[in-house]
Design a protein. Structure first.
Length: 267
């Protein structure tokens, strides 16, 4: 850090153009890879407590438009249908800052695609889901709302057997730079599944991160008030599930509180 400051100061003093030439343009592409001890989506485990490998690529245009793709290993679709152990997210949108940079907004769409979900799809409906979203932020505090525009949000039917299009997720996120590579993050969100009240829940998360030079290590704790006891909405089949067995055999609570350890490398 100190060496960089000295180099920049000398460059300004002697007006050396070679420094700018060596720096070169910043690439609009970025990549990330990582591993988590449990993959949580809005507080719900997608791997029944097992680790997941993850990675993605992002393109950010200087004008504010962006596109990206991100993937992760999962288990819940396979546990229901016998195949399908990956998730692919495709997204794009536009974001910008205003009011001197303190305020920002972000609008876009995202598609959650679950590979080989099979003819007997999870929950009896196609789990592939598309959402549109909008967010407003002030410095490091952000409020975001996502709304499903596909027929069955993550494979859910409504209580009457109809569509759950229009399901929404409202969340608030806050991050704090603690200095020396440390960071703090807090989150609260509420998922509402259209016409299926037993699937509604609130989730919270608090975490800390540390930049260790070759990547970022994170530790967080997440919990929900979702109904996950045997026979309830978020008691899902695990790898020991046997078709036709009782609700207490081969099922587990995917909504319970849990600590998650993560490592992410961005380049």
């Amino acid at each position: 850090m100190q060496k960089s400051v000295i180099v920049i100061a000398l460059a300004g003093l002697f007006s050396l153009p070679v420094l700018a030439e060596e720096a070169g343009p910043t690439s609009p592409f970025s990549f990330n890879v990582g591993v988590v001890s449990d993959y949580l989506f809005r507080g719900i485990s997608q791997t029944h407590g097992d680790a997941a490998l993850q990675g993605g690529v992002d393109y950010a245009h200087p004008g504010g438009f962006y596109l990206g793709a991100w993937g992760s290993t999962i288990s819940w679709v396979k546990d229901y249908t016998g195949k399908g152990n990956t998730e692919l997210d495709l997204y794009g949108g536009y974001k910008s800052a205003f009011a001197g940079g303190d305020w920002s907004y972000d609008v876009g769409a995202i598609a959650y695609i679950y590979s080989n979900h099979g003819p007997a799809n999870a929950f009896g409906a196609n789990p592939n889901t598309t959402e549109i979203y909008g967010a407003i932020g002030y410095k490091t505090f952000t409020v975001k709302y996502s709304r499903a525009i596909s027929d069955h949000f993550i494979g859910w039917y409504s209580a009457s057997g109809g569509s759950t299009r229009g399901s929404g997720y409202l969340e608030a996120n806050y991050s704090l730079d603690l200095g020396d590579g440390w960071g703090l993050a807090a989150h609260v969100g509420h998922q509402k599944v259209r016409d299926l009240g037993v699937a509604d829940y609130t989730d919270v998360k608090l975490g800390v991160t540390k930049d260790v030079g070759f990547g970022v290590v994170g530790l967080s704790y997440s919990d929900t008030n979702a109904k996950g006891k045997p026979g309830e909405t978020y008691s899902w089949p695990n790898s020991g599930f046997v078709a036709g067995a009782g609700s207490t055999s081969g099922f587990s609570n995917v909504a319970k509180g849990k600590a998650v350890l993560s490592f992410t490398k961005t380049f």
